[in-house]
Write a protein that binds this ligand. Structure first.
Ligand SMILES: [Zn+2]
Length: 445
């Protein structure tokens, strides 16, 4: 993405707000090149065999909030490679994706009742997405559903709710989300809730309150996975201590490799593994590389000092959903006319031209994944890209077609067939099954 307006809009997608930044020389689609240079090599053959047996189960993709922001929740055209987004059906196929947790994300500073409405709208968008492309997608709730989808050659579509604010403090809302198909709840997003702390907010309850512990118990009881990405370390340890089922980090990487608060520390990785859980490695460049994160902070400070950019969209990414009488196109036209304060993110492209961002590559992702493996173990790692949640992605991993390039890099470093299968899908399948087995009153059936 090189267009400043695209950067401005994309910056806050999926709510890595003010954590992530410009993709620098992002340079568009890699469609058509997956595995190209390595085709025929031993690594490429191994990866093709792995993906045929165990496709990628990705823990986090923000396409639903991109559909809200840029398409008025229309799901049209996703069977084509389209500009301005990182996800579509042809590139999911090319990337070897066999199951996707679609993220239901709402801004954490919305009033909670509004967040619950925004979440319901995205459940609806995901269901319409799956219904529109029945040859490629199939809705899935369980580990058995995922395996069935694979046997039919389809991409299993699961739902994860990102941010505990969306349940609005209500177990009834939590259970309703579970009945609608939610299979994980990220306890917080970028702000604390009344019952749990975020990694990117000031210390609040320093763990989980009595309500927070009751929410974890209810998630266990009904079979929804506890997701600890975005939470503070205190909250992670509190949740690990009380959860009866394995937990996940749906999109986080290794703090020891890059000390960003969104990454996971070694002691938490050890506790996660002891409980049988999985950490799904994120691709977001600012989290993966400290120099890149520093560059972003400097770029934002510069952009804010310049003042609003002319002709750029407002800072508010969370645009109104279409009214009942509006088509998606009418809603988008109305939004385009709405004025608001311009986002400083709109100027990041300008800054990047004079000050190129430090490169982040597939090798950077490999370093994180190998550290996660070393500390948590081969049975406790997976992939949670955050595609369409950020424009800040490594070279070679800029859209959903890129996974084979990452797997080939691991294969070239000696990862075996069974190692790669553990990473791509087997570990997450096991944890999804474990959450089902631990549920005493399941709502996923
Ligand atoms: Zn996130």
């Amino acid at each position: 993405m090189s267009d400043a307006d695209e950067l401005a809009a994309a910056q806050t997608i999926g709510g890595e707000v003010a954590e992530s930044a410009v993709g620098g020389s992002a340079g568009g689609s890699a469609a058509g090149s997956a595995g190209g240079s390595a085709r025929g090599s031993a690594a490429a053959e191994l990866v093709a065999a792995v993906l045929a047996e165990t496709p990628i189960i990705d823990g986090h993709n923000d396409l639903p909030s991109v559909l809200r922001a840029r398409a008025g929740y229309s799901v049209a055209g996703l069977d084509q490679v389209g500009p301005g987004r990182q996800t579509d059906l042809p590139r999911l196929r090319q990337g070897g994706v066999g199951a996707q947790f679609w993220s239901v994300w709402t801004p954490p500073d919305l009033p909670e009742a509004q967040a619950a409405v925004g979440a319901l709208e995205q459940f609806d968008a995901i269901r319409r997405l799956v219904a529109a492309y029945p040859e490629t997608l199939v809705f899935a709730r369980t580990a058995a559903d995922i395996r069935r989808a694979w046997s039919e050659g389809k991409i299993a579509s699961l739902i994860g709710v990102e941010g505990g604010h969306a349940i609005a403090g209500s177990l009834g809302v939590l259970r309703s989300f579970a009945r609608l198909g939610a299979r994980y709840l990220t306890l917080t997003h970028g702000r604390n809730t009344a019952w749990a702390d975020s990694a990117t907010d000031q210390p609040g309850v320093r763990g989980l309150t009595e309500d927070g512990r009751a929410i974890v118990a209810e998630l266990n009881r009904v079979g929804v996975l506890v997701d600890l990405s975005h939470t503070s370390k205190d909250t992670q340890l509190a949740a690990l201590a009380v959860s009866r089922a394995p937990v996940i980090f749906s999109h986080s990487s290794a703090f020891a490799v890059s000390p960003h608060p969104r990454n996971v520390t070694d002691d938490v990785l050890e506790a996660l593994a002891a409980g049988g859980g999985v950490v799904q490695a994120i691709f977001l460049a600012d989290f993966l590389d400290e120099a890149r994160s520093q560059w972003t902070a400097e770029a934002l400070a510069w952009a804010k000092a310049q003042g609003p950019a002319d002709g750029t969209p407002g800072a508010d990414f969370w645009k109104p959903a279409p009214r009942p009488s509006q088509t998606p196109e009418q809603a988008l036209a109305e939004q385009a006319e709405a004025t608001g304060p311009a986002s400083p993110f709109a100027r990041l492209g300008e800054y990047a031209e004079a000050h190129p961002p430090p490169p982040v590559t597939i090798a950077t992702v490999v370093a994180h994944i190998e550290h996660l493996r070393e500390v948590a173990g081969i049975d406790h790692i997976g992939i949670g890209s955050d595609f369409d949640g950020t424009p800040s992605l490594p070279e070679g991993l800029q859209d959903v077609s890129g996974y084979p390039r990452l797997l080939e890099a691991l294969a070239e470093r000696g990862w075996s067939r069974s190692d790669l299968r553990a990473l791509t899908g087997e570990n997450v399948l096991r944890v999804v099954q474990d959450a089902e087995d631990a549920a005493t009153d399941p709502l996923f059936a």
